[in-house]
Design a protein around this ligand. Structure first.
Ligand code: PLP
Length: 361
């Protein structure tokens, strides 16, 4: 007999007062939350226990809980999509769970069982399935996160944790078509160095990036392009996205080396580009090479990849006073093809030949 796995036992307490649904044409990102959430406790010596789905509510913690003082916290981000025939599906959730455990390992947070975690994600999405919007381009953003809860001011890994999953219906990222973004090469602050936590999806990375993000806004840019923290020379990634360049007939992206986040969208874009026969490489890319390619007319496209926007074309890339206008500030053919195919697979209008889709219900 095949060893049948026992699914995670989840106690479900449904809310007695359902919230009013927001206007699905004005969702924005991460502003509305559904009726329920998933909770799972960890206690040293006992492991993860008491998996449950409860009405969405405040979490009560001791003010000495370690997450408030030393930032032992991790998060993930993925989406559930509603297809034209009303099915709800996830895109490569196993990749998020795998990354979750890599982040946990780095931050001394206990590992989660991948199958049980997928059970939890599916269960909470199913309970709140009436919150998965069906308007074109909308989806249900899934935010799993783990916080250290032990009340103790000593610096050490917490002995207790809460794993929570909250859900947020999110709008079409590009309400008026895909507008290329303006990006500024950060030359003052750094995001991460090899050996640090750059590859981990940890809140601390974002706290450290806010100052730079604020500066970018003030200068009229929407995000920053991070360079490596040692030489300040090689490209790492964009604020919340990985970055790709089309130079001549090559599509390249910085290689994973510890300082950048291994994006699921990045991995998916690489796989699709390879399957289509493009010349694809993961390697060191210096900002000087990018400027040189631009001067020679070889820099055809620049785009970011991430779960929120999927593909985000870069129209302006500026280093100090030097401004590069990419592809006439319009989305390029490779960016468009990736966008159409990735979103097509996610919403079920393009055949999923890669086996990336996981049905919820
Ligand atoms: C989440 C994230 C990305 C994109 O990862 P996806 O899995 O594609 O959503 C890129 N960079 C950073 C810093 C991130 O936190």
């Amino acid at each position: 007999m095949a060893n049948e796995r026992k699914p995670l036992e989840i106690k479900i307490e449904r809310t007695s007062v359902k919230k009013e649904k927001p206007d699905y044409s004005k969702l924005g990102f991460g502003r509305f939350f559904t009726d329920h959430m998933f909770l799972w406790n960890y206690t040293e010596g006992k492991g993860w226990h008491d998996a449950r789905i409860v009405p969405y509510e405040n979490i009560s913690l001791d003010p000495a809980a370690m997450v408030f003082h030393y930032g032992q916290e991790m998060f993930e981000g993925l989406k559930a999509y509603k297809t034209a025939d009303g099915k709800i599906q996830l895109f490569r959730p196993q990749k998020n769970i795998e990354r979750m455990n890599k982040t946990n390992e780095r931050l001394c947070i206990p590992q989660v069982d991948p199958d049980e975690t997928l059970d939890a994600i599916k269960a909470v999405v199913e309970v709140d399935s009436d919150w998965v919007p069906s308007e074109v381009g909308t989806s249900l953003y899934i935010r799993p996160f783990i916080i250290a809860t032990e009340p103790h001011l000593g610096v050490s890994p917490s002995k207790t944790y809460i794993f929570c999953i909250i859900l947020s219906p999110v709008g079409a990222y590009y309400a008026e078509g895909i507008n290329p973004v303006k990006i500024y090469v950060e030359d003052e602050y750094v995001r991460a160095v090899k050996g640090g936590i750059g590859f981990a999806k940890a809140g601390g990375n974002y706290a450290a990036s806010l100052r730079s993000q604020k500066k970018a806004y003030e200068l009229g840019y929407s995000q920053v392009l991070w360079l490596d923290g040692v030489h300040r020379k090689y490209v790492d990634e964009v604020g919340t996205m990985n970055v790709f360049f089309v130079i001549g007939d090559e599509v390249c992206t910085p290689a994973l080396g510890g300082s950048l986040l291994p994006g699921v969208t990045r991995d998916s874009a690489l796989a699709l580009l390879k399957s289509w026969g493009y010349k694809v490489s993961e390697r060191l890319i210096s900002i000087d090479e990018i400027k040189e390619a631009y001067k020679n007319g070889e820099l055809k496209e620049v785009f970011g990849t991430g779960t929120a926007a999927v593909i985000s074309p870069v129209g302006v890339l500026a280093e100090g006073d030097y401004k590069m206008i990419i592809n006439n500030n319009e989305i390029g053919p490779i960016s468009q093809k990736l966008y159409d195919n990735l979103t097509g697979i996610q919403w079920g209008t393009v055949e999923d030949t890669m086996g990336w889709i996981v049905p919820v219900m």
